[in-house]
Design a protein around this ligand. Sequence first.
Ligand SMILES: Nc1ncnc2c1ncn2[C@@H]1O[C@H](COP(=O)(O)OP(=O)(O)O)[C@@H](O)[C@H]1O
Ligand SMILES: [Mg+2]
Length: 223
Amino acid sequence: MTPGIRQDGARVVPLRPLRHEEGAIRVDVRAKHFGRTQVLRDVHFSVSRGETVALLGPSGIGKSTLLRIVAGLDRDFDGSVQRPEEMAMVFQEPTLLPWRSALQNLLLVHPGLTPSEARAALDRVGLKGREDAFPRALSLGQQRRLALARAFAGRPRMLIMDEPFVSLDPRLANAMLSLAEDLIAEQRPATIFVTHARAEADRLASRVLELRGTPATLTPHPI
Ligand SMILES: Nc1ncnc2c1ncn2[C@@H]1O[C@H](COP(=O)(O)OP(=O)(O)O)[C@@H](O)[C@H]1O
Ligand SMILES: [Mg+2]
């Protein structure tokens, strides 16, 4: 209901059934279609401040679609999403500018950082000495470390990660997972972590939500 003035002149104040917890995420997706195909139905969950929730499900089920909705990148759905304003995202692809150094890639997103803060942020993810390297000179693991540094340098209230550790060898994936675990513990954003690997979900998250079915919904239905 939108606030307004009724015909009899009384002010209409909308009822707020649920007070939104500050810094938390609340997702209510009744339906999401691509054309005539329904991909998601009745996906309702919330993530508290400082909580990490893993979103698990097989490839093609609708995990990235749901994340895009949660991030506000897709508004073409039936339902609503509430989230903090400051948000950081880590995708499968590190999405770096190839013609900028590691340090410049970080500063581009966080222009307010001093050079020593930016260097410290790179140091924190194990990129000391690689500040001036261009993305093509970095391994995939180093590129993903840079993506993590970029996500955490702004101390976001909310973090979204979409399969950030796929196609790394198990040892490296494990090291990256530990790094993300430590950064999350330090900063405690409300985190949604998408993965199709149960072990990753169990390790990083305090709660695991699973998408299943066509159209996909959460099972068991969590509140
Ligand atoms: N932009 C789009 N247009 C049409 N169909 C799409 C689009 N994006 C995703 N889909 C379809 O929606 C389903 C869910 O995709 P996605 O959310 O990427 O799955 P996941 O991330 O779980 O692998 C798939 O069947 C995919 O083909
Ligand atoms: Mg995906």
